[in-house]
Structure formats: structure tokens, C-alpha cells
Design a protein around this ligand. Structure first.
Ligand SMILES: [Zn+2]
Ligand SMILES: [Zn+2]
Ligand SMILES: [Zn+2]
Length: 201
């Protein structure tokens, strides 16, 4: 395993040894952290409740962010007017979907006990892996998006492979036809020459 290359997020460089998702993004395979998966796939999930859409909600039940293609459930948003709605990441530049480090968290964790078995609290290099409910939802959403992206990539790869096989078959057929044509012309040429020879003799 090439751990050096794979132990950090391919987009933000965050060291997420355990929690990187494999996915195909912008025509290449990448490993991204939960936050980057979600931030790079706006419109596939509600950024408020983190539900991944099977199909996007009907227009009267959704809000589209003014600054990005993100789609939120109308029922999840505190704002009810499309005119002023921006999604959580666009509303707050420091927003992160995935907060497992209390010191970078921009909101106070409601139910996360801060001082429970935290012997690593004082070591800044050791992240305290407290995954609260919100983080778990983000992780699940990112995993679903990554899985869907890989399934799609596999389908694309299969179609591409089939196309190449067809092309190869066609090329072979053309080559065979060309050879047959050549053989035919050679035969005709020979016949012509032999008939000449017959006339001359
Ligand atoms: Zn990242
Ligand atoms: Zn929602
Ligand atoms: Zn937005």
C-alpha cells in the first residue's frame, strides 16, 4: 500500500487516515475526506439534514443556494424564501460538514461529552475522534455519494470497454476486407498477365 499518497485528502490535504472516500471526480480517481466529498458534490444531498437525494426534491419543496448549485429541503431551512437563501457552506466560509475535532468545530456540540476518557486531550497532534451524530450523518452521506460515483465510473468504464471492443472488431473486419480486396486484385492482375502471355506465345 502506498500509504504516503493515500493517507491524506486529495483536495484539502487533511490527514484523514481512516476516513477517506474513493471516488471518481472530474475524470480522475481520487481519495477525498468527508468534508471535501460533500463540498464538491453540491446538489446531490441536502446540506442541512445531509440526506442524499435519490432524485432532487420537487421545486416547491426545495431551495437552491444563490451562490452554488446546492439544493436544500425547504422544510430543513429556517428561511422560506428562495430570494435570500444561501446554503450552510456558502453562508459560513469556515463551515465544515465533518467536525471530529472539537477545537476546529464552529458550532458547540450539543451532546458530545468533552471530558470523557479523553486522555489525548492535551496532545494537539492526536485528534480526538469523537464522531457525533452530525458527523456520522456526513460520513454516511459522503460514503453514499462516493459509492454512487464509483458505480457510475464502473458503468462508464464498461461502456468505454465495450466501445473499444466494437471498434477493434470493426477494424479487424476492415483489415480482412482490405486483404481480400488485395488478394482479389492480385489474382486479377495475375490472370491478366497470364492471358497476355498466352496471346504472345
Ligand atoms: Zn479534504
Ligand atoms: Zn434536508
Ligand atoms: Zn451554496
Amino acid at each position: 500500500m502506498k500509504r504516503d499518497q493515500q493517507s491524506e485528502c486529495g483536495a484539502c490535504g487533511a490527514p484523514e487516515r481512516l476516513l477517506l472516500h474513493n471516488l471518481r471526480h472530474r475524470a480522475s480517481y481520487r481519495r477525498l475526506c468527508t468534508n471535501c466529498v460533500l463540498k464538491n458534490h453540491q446538489g446531490l444531498f441536502c446540506p442541512i439534514c445531509l440526506e442524499v437525494f435519490n432524485e432532487s426534491p420537487p421545486s416547491h419543496q426545495r431551495l437552491i443556494c444563490l451562490k452554488c448549485p446546492s439544493i436544500s429541503h425547504l422544510s430543513c431551512s429556517s428561511s422560506s424564501s428562495q430570494a435570500s437563501f444561501t446554503c450552510p457552506p456558502c453562508s459560513n466560509p469556515n463551515f465544515s460538514f465533518f467536525n471530529v475535532t472539537p477545537n476546529t468545530s464552529n458550532k458547540k456540540p450539543k451532546s458530545t461529552p468533552d471530558h470523557q476518557g479523553g486522555s489525548n486531550d492535551h496532545d494537539p497532534n492526536l485528534m480526538k475522534r469523537v464522531i457525533d451524530k452530525e458527523a456520522a450523518k456526513a460520513l454516511l452521506a459522503a460514503a453514499k455519494i462516493a459509492a454512487a460515483s464509483m458505480t457510475k465510473a464502473a458503468a462508464v468504464a464498461r461502456v468505454e470497454a465495450e466501445r473499444r471492443v466494437k471498434e477493434a472488431t470493426l477494424t479487424k473486419k476492415r483489415a480482412k476486407e482490405a486483404l481480400e480486396r488485395l488478394a482479389f486484385l492480385a489474382r486479377k492482375d495475375k490472370d491478366l498477365k497470364s492471358s497476355h502471355t498466352q496471346i504472345q506465345s
